[in-house]
Structure formats: structure tokens, C-alpha cells
Design a protein around this ligand. Structure first.
Ligand code: PEP
Length: 261
């Protein structure tokens, strides 16, 4: 039932901020956010791997109400995977949310639907929640292929998950043409795609599961467009890249709720 899903605003820092800068970032963010924000919105930060231990320490020692996230992981628990980090390693650092299948991972690093499926399952097996990303390219949108693309990605990437696993999941609809470009989907277009995503979940896992799953929009979210996006019935949160690097700007995005009541 729409309205009972707790909003989630997530900051994906990508490859920005060393661990000293990361500590300053979360300290400033925690100072700017006020208790009313945390009462109504979950806020997560997704630093690079090298920052996670430092950010964990500061969140826990200062009892901040920020949720610790990661941007990526491997699906295997251990082994000869040079440069990779396992889901168990992240869980040990009290990471709660892991982004899987971000378009930059898919497009730049060649992750397939099958890789993403294995990662989502591995994240869940380690007691964490995936933020599962999907979204179309500009060419796919212009060819009228948005619905088919996100439907295919959701079905392929989440195949085999149980209703319970799905119900707690976060899915981020991120049109690739809007990521880091300054172009944002209109609230109506974003709503339409998020509705398609929820429909795919309903078809595969039942309506009550679909009513529980949280769907974020991502793609050049800014303080100015956040309220209109968050007023859409199937948008339960925002995945924010560039604007999450500035604590003031990110906090103003989180404060969308003050404008929409
Ligand atoms: C992202 O990295 O997921 C993203 C949406 O980036 P940006 O907000 O910069 O478009």
C-alpha cells in the first residue's frame, strides 16, 4: 500500500573523497540534517571501499542516524578475484545497503544481468539489502524501449528471489541518459517507469510484495526537482550521485519532505 513505504534517499559518492574527506562529509551531513528528517526519511551514504571503515566508525561512535552503504561487491565470498571485495567483508563492517547493477558497473565494467543477479542474491545471503539498479539508454528511450528494458532487467536480475527477499528490496530506476548529465526525467516519466517496475514485481512476486518494495528514482536529482519526484505515488526514494558530494545540497534533497508535507 503506497504511503506506508519509508522513503530512502541514498548518496552514491562514486570514486570521490578519500577517507579523511569522507569523515568530514558525514560529520557535516549529520550536523545539517535534523531529527525531523530522520524521523520521516532513511538516509544512506555509499562511500568508496577505502572509506567504509572510517565512515562506519564515525557513524557508530557518534550515533548518527545515517545508514551505511556500499557501491558494489563481488558475488563470491572469497577467492582469486584480484581487486574485488566480498559481501561478507561488507557485512562485517555493518554495511546495510549495497548498490548492485549500477549502469556504470554494467556499461563501464561489463557486468551482465547474470552477474547482477548473483550479486543481489549474495548481498541478501549476507543479511544486507541490495539497491538494484535498472534503466534505459537514450537510444532505447527514443525507440520506445524503456518499459521493455527495465522489465527485462528486473526479471533477469532478480530471478529466484523469494517473496520475503523481494519485499525488503530497494529498486532504483535510473535512466542512463539522466545520470550525471543534468538531464532529469520528468516526474511523470519517472513515475511511469517506476510503475512499470512495480508491475513487474507484482506479476512475479504478488501485489503485496510489490506494495512493499521501495523504488527510487536516480538521474541528476537536485534540491529543486526532488519534491516533485517524491510526490509521485510509485517513487519512494532517490538515488543521488553528483549532488550527494556536497552535504548542504544533499541535505536540501533530503529535506524535500518539508515542501510536500
Ligand atoms: C547515480 O550515480 O546513481 C546518479 C544518479 O548520479 P547523478 O545524480 O549524478 O545523476
Amino acid at each position: 500500500m503506497p504511503g506506508t513505504r519509508r522513503p530512502l534517499v541514498s548518496g552514491n559518492w562514486k570514486m570521490h573523497h578519500n577517507h579523511f574527506e569522507a569523515i568530514q562529509m558525514v560529520q557535516k551531513l549529520a550536523y545539517i540534517l535534523n531529527p525531523a528528517d530522520h524521523d520521516v526519511v532513511d538516509v544512506s551514504v555509499h562511500p568508496p571501499f577505502t572509506d567504509i571503515r572510517s565512515v562506519q566508525t564515525v557513524i557508530e561512535s557518534d550515533e548518527m542516524r545515517l545508514v551505511l552503504g556500499a557501491q558494489h561487491c563481488h558475488f563470491e565470498e572469497r577467492g582469486a578475484f584480484t581487486g574485488e571485495v566480498s559481501p561478507g567483508m561488507l557485512a562485517k563492517l555493518n554495511v546495510a545497503l549495497v548498490i548492485v547493477g549500477h549502469s556504470e558497473r554494467r556499461e563501464v565494467f561489463g557486468e551482465t544481468d547474470d552477474d547482477v543477479r548473483l550479486k543481489a542474491a549474495a548481498v541478501l545471503a549476507n543479511g544486507m539489502t541490495p539497491i538494484f539498479c535498472c534503466g534505459e539508454t537514450r537510444e532505447e528511450r527514443e525507440a520506445g524501449g524503456t518499459d521493455a528494458k527495465v522489465t527485462g532487467q528486473v526479471k533477469a536480475g532478480l530471478a529466484g528471489l523469494s517473496q520475503d527477499q523481494m519485499a525488503g528490496l530497494v529498486i532504483a530506476y535510473e535512466p542512463i541518459w539522466a545520470i550525471g548529465t543534468g538531464l532529469t526525467a520528468t516526474p511523470e516519466d519517472a513515475q511511469a517507469a517506476c510503475r512499470v517496475v512495480r508491475g513487474v514485481v507484482a506479476e512475479g512476486w504478488g501485489q503485496s510484495t510489490a506494495d512493499s518494495v521501495r523504488i527510487q528514482y536516480g538521474g541528476s536529482v537536485k534540491p529543486v526537482n526532488a519534491p516533485d519526484l517524491m510526490m509521485q505515488p510509485d517513487i519512494d526514494g532517490l538515488l543521488v550521485g553528483g549532488a550527494s558530494l556536497d552535504p548542504d545540497e544533499f541535505a536540501r534533497i533530503v529535506a524535500y519532505h518539508r515542501l510536500i508535507g
